[in-house]
Design a protein around this ligand. Structure first.
Ligand code: NAD
Length: 451
């Protein structure tokens, strides 16, 4: 089956069908129509898999894909046109230019946590660049994966797109094919498997991975706003967001106060019993539920939350205070609604703490001190840096989104996404007359005389 799908997509690409801008426009329009006409079904499918609130699916998934499609549709003509380049004097008279050509058949492998956004946004960029696409959504969100397979077949060009449902077995079979680009979003363990498989065909990869994104807070900021923004960034989708603040590093003068205010923000957002709130999501499955409840042990003093219910896959928004750097919760990416707060001496100690660990997908700094900000910007490395705003960088098509080191390879969104799925071809055109190249033809009598 995998073989047939790959051959079909390759045949379509080789026929040239996906290259005209008119085709790309029609597919982007079809994608937007698909989302607009099926909002309730999509929202319900994501709720069935993740218990995700409707507003989160709408704002953080459907709308973002729509925005990206609109953004790239307007600009892809300009991005893929010829760009004149100056030519070396030795070749004069001559002309040079670059143009972006589609890579070919792209494989997009997506995870379960933002199953619409992380499947369709890379697809939008791939379409804008003129590619055929095979999408492999996650088996851990089967309802929405199945719906995406149905909708893509119904709305998009069936010869140029395919959705393969399934898990490791199906992905392994797909990875044997010589795709022209592999775009993977998910954990680092599978990222390595993907990269190893890609190496066999020298297929370029984009790896959008995760990690522990730190969040530094000092006394110079308004703690109420900081607490609300951190709580929002952390507890959206029950903490199952790749760029959620994983843990907080707070200076001793404000650490306790910040913890209390985050707990207050949790009550403001989700009420006294977040379990009853229709705005708070559930954990994706029992395996992750068990992993997360395991992380609660020896995690520090409980400021709020801690309640769990396996049957409902519910873990309350939980804030831990005075967490030790060696606690279980600090040994892996949390990816759930547990927020440890560690007390650090000052900004320098926080920077050292961050630099001793794998480079994160995002780092957040709540400080109004210009020097402190400069130091984080200069002395730490992360996929992105947010001042006083977690998650903010991911919602703009104008900002590249990606990791560094252990948090990923490559970036996308907007023009960066278009570039991911394009090859920039260099073209040189030297008219035959006059044949000024004679200077470089052997024998080099003229050149020797000049030396
Ligand atoms: P995952 O790594 O388990 O799965 C991702 C994809 O890989 C799925 O489609 C799955 O079917 C496939 N897969 C799983 N096992 C495989 C195997 N053995 N061989 C081949 N393919 C396999 O996803 P996850 O780890 O549950 O996702 C969460 C992780 O993803 C977190 O680390 C999170 O930070 C990261 N993430 C990153 C981003 C980003 O944009 N950088 C976004 C969301 C999630």
């Amino acid at each position: 089956m995998t073989h047939d799908i790959f051959s079909r997509l390759q045949r379509t690409f080789r026929s040239g069908r996906t290259k005209p801008l008119s085709w790309r426009r029609s597919q982007l329009d079809a994608m937007r129509r698909m989302l607009a006409e099926n909002k309730p079904e999509i929202i319900e499918a994501v709720r069935a898999d993740l218990g995700k609130p409707a507003s989160e699916t709408l704002l953080m998934e459907i709308d973002l894909v729509m925005d990206e499609a609109r953004f790239v549709r307007r600009r892809m003509g300009m991005w893929s046109s010829r760009h004149p380049k100056p030519i070396h004097w030795l070749l004069q008279p001559a002309f040079g230019w670059t143009l972006a050509e589609p890579k070919g058949v792209a494989l997009v492998i997506s995870p379960w946590n933002y199953p619409v956004l992380l499947s369709l946004e890379p697809m939008v960029d791939a379409i804008a660049a003129g590619n055929a696409v095979c999408l492999k959504p996650s088996e851990l969100s089967p309802t929405i994966s199945h719906l995406l397979a149905e909708l893509v077949a119904r709305y998009l060009d069936p010869d140029a797109f395919a959705v393969v449902e399934g898990g490791p077995e199906e992905t392994t079979a797909l990875l044997e094919k010589p795709f022209d680009h592999i775009f993977y979003t998910g954990g680092g363990r599978v990222g390595k498997i993907v990269m190893e498989a890609a190496a066999k065909h020298l297929t370029p990869v984009t790896l959008e991975l995760g990690g522990k994104s730190p969040c530094f807070v000092d006394h110079t900021v308004n703690l109420n706003t900081a607490a609300r923004r951190i709580a929002w960034g952390k507890f959206t989708n029950a903490g199952q967001t790749c760029v959620a603040p994983d843990y907080v590093l707070a200076t001793p003068d404000i650490a306790q106060m910040l913890a209390d205010r985050i707990a207050l923000a949790v009550t403001e957002f989700y009420g006294d019993d977040p379990r009853q709130s229709s705005d708070f999501a559930r954990i994706v499955n029992e395996r992750h539920f068990d992993r997360l409840t395991g992380l609660l042990a020896d995690g520090g003093r409980l400021v709020c939350g801690g309640q769990t219910d396996r049957a409902d896959r519910y873990i309350a928004p939980t804030v831990l205070f005075g967490t030790s750097p060696d606690a279980p919760v600090m040994r892996e990416e949390i990816f759930g609604p547990i927020l440890p707060i560690l007390v650090v001496r000052d900004a320098d100690a926080a920077i050292d703490f961050i630099n001793e660990r794998s480079r994160p997908l995002a780092a957040y700094v709540f400080s109004r001190d210009v020097e402190t900000r400069k130091r984080f910007e200069r002395d730490t490395s992360s996929g992105a840096l947010g001042y006083a705003i977690p998650l903010g960088h991911l919602i703009s098509s104008r900002l590249p989104f990606g990791g560094v080191g252990g948090s990923g390879i490559g970036a996308y969104h907007g023009k960066e996404g278009f570039k991911v799925f394009s090859h920039v071809k260099t073209v040189v055109d030297k008219p035959q007359f006059p044949d000024t190249l004679q200077v470089v033809y052997p024998p080099f009598t003229t050149l020797r005389q000049a030396l």
